[in-house]
Design a protein around this ligand. Structure first.
Ligand SMILES: Nc1ncnc2c1ncn2[C@@H]1O[C@H](COP(=O)(O)OP(=O)(O)O)[C@@H](O)[C@H]1O
Ligand SMILES: [Mg+2]
Length: 243
């Protein structure tokens, strides 16, 4: 069982407070990070992956040890799919994922096998040698998920993995993520409730840089005041004013 804890995590961009004193503890399972645009989801993910620093005083521990002490040992447990990523359209899927594998420091003699493994997980083996430029949106997202799976990360962070997908592709990506959740912490950000409501073990509502509520889908649904008790209505309760 893995544990990631965040203590007193705040983030200012200049005067803008993007994250406001977050305290969260995560264990193996799927976490749905729900919030409207600008809530702070990507900032939080960028801090967890050490792409940006948090404000002074924040502490992140992985299995009980401060990640500052763990250094590259911590980076090696992370698989990350950023919200916006340049895909090299002239590369084949296999070449792109192989390129990321070498950037990640995966030993050269194991890259080919590892690329085949992750492309097979996202069911792209048959298209491995085709150019990404000709792929559908859903296939491109799966290439990005594949690169996040390199090296069997114990901490998988997917920033809006279903962005821009049609309903059918959303379901495919959602089921794929569900299958990948064994023995690891998976964090998925989205502003679309249906992306996570059937697969998340825990949902975190984030608003104005704060976790305003968290719990299982069942627990949270009970908090709906008006209307049917489901996650969508709770989302409206919390974010209805933002629209
Ligand atoms: N590099 C940046 N510089 C200044 N402000 C930023 C930067 N990145 C994000 N922000 C601001 O921080 C807040 C949170 O943004 P973000 O984490 O991207 O939210 P989300 O991913 O939930 O849409 C927003 O108000 C956004 O405008
Ligand atoms: Mg974002």
């Amino acid at each position: 069982m893995n544990t990631l804890t965040l203590e007193k995590i705040s983030k200012h961009y200049g005067k803008k407070l993007a994250l406001d004193n977050l305290n969260i503890s995560l264990q193996d399972g799927i976490y749905g990070l729900l919030g409207s645009n600008g809530a702070g989801k990507s900032t939080l993910m960028n801090i967890i992956t050490q792409n940006i620093p948090c404000d002074k005083g924040g502490i992140i521990t992985w299995n009980g040890t401060d990640i500052k002490q763990l250094g590259t040992t911590y980076r090696e447990v992370i698989g990350y799919m950023p919200q916006q990523q340049e895909l090299y359209s002239s590369f084949s899927a296999a070449r792109f994922v192989g390129y990321i594998a070498s950037l990640k420091g995966i030993p050269a003699n194991t890259i080919k096998d590892e690329v085949n493994r992750v492309l097979s997980l996202v069911e792209l083996s048959e298209c491995a040698d085709q150019k990404i430029g000709g792929f559908s949106g859903g296939m491109k997202q799966r290439v990005l998920i594949a690169q996040a799976l390199l090296g069997e990360p114990k901490l998988l962070i997917l920033d809006e993995p279903t962005a821009g997908l049609d309903p059918k592709q959303r379901v495919i990506v959602r089921n794929l993520i569900c299958d990948l959740s064994k023995d690891r912490i998976v964090i998925i950000s989205t502003h679309i409730v249906s992306d996570i409501e059937t697969i998340a073990d825990c949902v975190l509502f984030i608003k104005n840089g704060k976790v305003i509520d968290s719990g299982s889908v069942k627990e949270l649904s009970e908090k709906v005041i008006d209307g049917e008790k489901n996650l969508e209505n709770l989302y409206m309760q919390y974010y209805g004013d933002d629209l």
